[in-house]
Every structure is written in structure tokens, then in C-alpha cells.
Design a protein around this ligand. Structure first.
Ligand SMILES: Cc1cc2nc3c(=O)[nH]c(=O)nc-3n(C[C@H](O)[C@H](O)[C@H](O)COP(=O)(O)OP(=O)(O)OC[C@H]3O[C@@H](n4cnc5c(N)ncnc54)[C@H](O)[C@@H]3O)c2cc1C
Length: 345
């Protein structure tokens, strides 16, 4: 039996490695011959890092067959590809992530393509101040990187709820970032404006008539399986699972989901029922630029604990976690089933 994985991000590569190492035939469909460390894109945008690419060969099990193409429609037994080919499948893992193209003209750093667009605009206007809308992790990390690169930065956001975000904003204010609390529409602002208010997902699931939520994310059940389509599973940013209800778009979520999708497929091949997906969070790490960071300890349900590590120590832990997120993929490539994750709340 063959499993076809759509998308070579954190979820897709994890699922492909876990299955291939157990002897499953795996086909991976990806537009690019490289893996993008999306969690590094804020540094690529600001020119602090050349790119966020790793050759696919360095993270992927060599037994996986790579089809360099883009899925344009998912049918019952075959996938339509942008090249015009039709690719038959037995089982499908939908892991195409987030980062659809911009909707309001503002710059974004959700994908490599959009990051390059911002990088070019910054290079063209080296003295122009930058306004970032949104103080989630992406906005905060971009502000820190822009300050490290010597840019004038304004960050506009609604009042921060989480303690970690309040701490990030205090730190960034000390670094010279102008903080403005309020709700603005990025399209109404002038100058170099970066919208970091959220991720959007590609419309492939909706275009294929599969069940989606209001954001276009593929709906999956606790076995990460699409209702009415037992041979289609999903993992990562591109899917929505109601329970547990605290899951957020993160590589910290995509990696366990990719591994669990593989485990459900393996269980079914062996005549067992797949288990329900459960995971708990431990840390949320933020890169605040200039080697500084914050590591916020979390309860499994993603609420904050009182404990955090700030400053250079926080920056060091953050860098270690970024490296680990690639190491978890290569370890899974070398020994399938090695990756494990904390249980849910
Ligand atoms: C600047 C930035 C910083 C971040 N920092 C953190 C962080 O510190 N911690 C954290 O946990 N998360 C962080 N994230 C979020 C994290 O990067 C995403 O949640 C994660 O990448 C999701 O993994 P994924 O496998 O679902 O999708 P992705 O990593 O986006 O991979 C999806 C893959 O699918 C491919 N694809 C898309 N469409 C198709 C198609 N039609 N056919 C075939 N392939 C397709 C894409 O090319 C891509 O390779 C950050 C994101 C950004 C942008």
C-alpha cells in the first residue's frame, strides 16, 4: 500500500519519515526540492539570514519517492497535479500548511515567497520605517529582527492578553520599538506595512469538496481522519481538529500531528484501530533579536505557567529548540518511531 503525503513541511516530512522507516511505500508531493524552516523566516526577511532552506535530502528518508509538483485537486482515488498529471493514491496525508498569498496588499512573512517580497522592499528602501500590525509571535519576532538590523519599527496591536506578549512588548519598547495599542486595518496604513495578524490556508481542501471550517482548514476527527473519507488524513496548520480545543498553528503542533497521522495509518495496516490524537504544550519560545529571547513555560493546555526564561539564556534555549525541530525530523528519518511528544491536558 502507498501513502501519498502532500506538503514537505514539518508535518509532512515527519509523517513521510515515520511511515517510510516502517516499510510503507511513501510518495511525497512538494513544489520545491527543499524544506523551509518557516520558524526562521523573520530573520530571512530582514537580511540577517540568507535563507531558511535545507535540501530535502538532508531531512527526508531516501526511500520516500519525491514528486516535485503542486496538488491542485483531490479526488476519491487520485490527485490532480499542476503539471497536468494525475497521481493515484491509496492513503493521503494532507499537510500543505499555511501561508496563502496576501489579501490586503500589505507585506507578510507567512511563506518563503512573501518573505522574499518583504526582503526586496526593505532592501529598496533601507531607511524607511516599518509598521508591523499584530503582536503575536510572528510580529514580535519580526520587530526584534528589524531592530537588530537597525530599522525604525512601529508595532500596532490590540491590547496584549498573554503575559508573554506583555513581556515581549516591554522588551521591544526598551529596544526602541514604538508600540501603539489599537485596532487598525493594514490596508489603510501608508508606507512599509507588514501584516502579521494571522495565517491563511490554501484552498485545496475546499476546492476539492472536502469538509472545511470557516478558514478553509480541512476538518479531521480525533484520528486525524476526514469524516466520510477514511483514506484521507490531515496534519499541521492546514487542518482543524476540534478536540483538544487548544491546538494552535505551530510547528510544535505540526510535528506531533504528522507523527500521529503516520501512527494511525500504521495501526490500520496492522488491523488495529488508530488511537485518538492527544498532545500537550511545554514551552513557547520567542526570538527577540540580538541573541535575546523568552522561553515561556506552559501548562499542557497552552495556558501560561508563572515560569519564564528571558534575555540571552532565553535566546539560547530558543535557538536550541529551532535546531531540535530539524533534529526531530532527521532522527525520525534514521529511526522511525523515535519521535514522541507530551501527552495532552
Ligand atoms: C516567521 C515565523 C515564525 C514562526 N515561529 C514559530 C515558532 O517559534 N514555533 C512554532 O511552533 N511555530 C512557529 N511558526 C509557525 C510554524 O512555522 C508553522 O506552524 C509550521 O510551519 C506548520 O507546519 P506544516 O507542516 O503544517 O506546514 P508548512 O511548514 O507550512 O509546510 C507546508 C508545505 O506544504 C507545501 N504545499 C503547499 N501547498 C501545496 C500543494 N498544493 N501541494 C503540495 N505541497 C504544497 C508547502 O510548499 C510547504 O512545503 C512560525 C511561522 C512563521 C512564519
Amino acid at each position: 500500500m502507498t501513502t501519498t503525503v502532500l506538503g514537505a513541511g514539518y508535518a509532512g516530512v515527519m509523517a513521510a519519515n515515520r511511515l517510510a522507516g516502517r516499510g510503507e511505500e511513501v510518495v511525497l508531493v512538494t513544489p520545491n526540492a527543499w524544506f523551509v524552516e518557516r520558524i526562521r523566516l523573520h530573520r530571512v526577511a530582514t537580511g540577517l539570514r540568507e535563507n531558511a532552506r535545507l535540501d530535502l535530502d538532508t531531512v527526508l528518508n531516501p526511500a520516500v519517492e519525491v514528486v516535485q509538483d503542486t496538488a491542485t485537486k483531490i479526488g476519491d482515488e487520485k490527485i490532480q497535479l499542476a503539471s497536468g498529471e494525475n497521481l493515484p493514491y491509496d492513503t493521503l496525508v494532507y499537510a500543505i500548511g499555511s501561508g496563502a498569498s496576501d489579501q490586503n496588499g500589505a507585506y507578510r512573512i507567512v511563506s518563503e515567497h512573501e518573505t522574499d517580497r518583504l526582503r526586496a522592499a526593505l532592501a529598496e528602501a533601507p531607511d524607511a520605517p516599518v509598521t508591523i500590525v499584530g503582536a503575536g509571535l510572528t510580529g514580535v519576532e519580526l520587530a526584534g529582527a528589524l531592530r537588530e538590523a537597525g530599522r525604525a519599527v512601529k508595532l500596532v496591536s490590540t491590547a496584549p492578553g498573554r503575559r508573554a506578549i506583555q513581556a515581549h512588548l516591554r522588551f521591544l519598547a526598551k529596544q526602541g520599538v514604538e508600540i501603539e495599542v489599537g485596532r487598525v486595518a493594514p490596508a489603510e496604513l501608508d508606507g512599509l506595512v507588514v501584516d502579521t495578524t494571522g495565517f491563511t490556508v490554501p484552498s485545496l481542501a475546499a476546492d476539492s469538496g472536502l469538509p472545511v471550517d470557516e478558514f478553509g482548514r480541512l476538518l479531521v476527527d480525533e484520528q486525524l481522519t476526514v469524516k466520510g473519507h477514511p483514506n484521507i488524513l490531515g496534519a499541521g496548520d492546514a487542518v482543524h481538529l476540534d478536540a483538544p480545543n487548544y491546538l494552535r498553528a505551530a510547528c510544535a503542533t505540526a510535528l506531533p500531528m504528522g507523527a500521529h497521522a503516520a501512527d494511525v495509518i500504521t495501526a490500520r495496516r496492522e488491523g488495529r484501530a488508530g488511537e485518538e490524537f492527544r498532545m500537550g504544550y511545554v514551552l513557547q519560545c520567542t526570538d527577540l533579536g540580538s541573541g535575546r529571547g523568552r522561553v515561556q513555560f506552559l501548562h499542557p493546555d497552552d495556558t501560561e505557567r508563572a515560569l519564564a526564561i528571558d534575555g540571552r539564556a532565553g535566546g539560547l534555549v530558543k535557538e536550541t529548540i529551532c535546531r531540535m525541530s530539524v533534529r526531530w525530523l532527521t532522527q525520525e528519518r534514521d529511526r522511525a518511531g523515535r519521535y514522541s511528544w507530551p501527552a495532552g491536558a
